[in-house]
Design a protein around this ligand. Sequence first.
Ligand code: SF4
Ligand code: SF4
Length: 150
Amino acid sequence: MFGFLKGLGVTLSQLPKKKVTLQYPEVKPEWPERFRGVHRFIPELCIVCNQCARICPTDCISLSGTRGDDKKMRIDTYDINFDICILCSLCTDVCPTESVLMSDTFELATYDRDDLYLNMHWLYDNELSYERNHPDRFETKPEPEKAGDA
Ligand code: SF4
Ligand code: SF4
């Protein structure tokens, strides 16, 4: 009997506390800024240097580009195979222009492995939805005043 009452006491003491579970998938979790989910990609920033593909430990990035009349390289295709990507973020670490970045998208479950090849357009759409969902992360901060400024 004492054990029963003790257990009931523990249960009742938890009732007024804030719930820690979410009604997923109706309610999505809010991931921190450094969460390593599926990539986002900004094509106009990419200089086709190939560093992301070279450092990828699972060889899951394939890309191609062409040189324009202004001699600058432009990306034509950029695909990531999420069947083998381990979300290590090495590709984003080496990218000199921050054209490939991680996002908080994590729902990739599918019945068909072919659906896990995501192309440049999907990755760019993921960038746009990331910007829509996190406007606060794109606010430009005011420059600090230089010493001697009036
Ligand atoms: S996160 Fe890692 S495994 Fe995935 S594409 Fe980038 S470097 Fe490759
Ligand atoms: S995404 Fe970045 S690292 Fe990869 S090719 Fe483009 S500029 Fe280079």
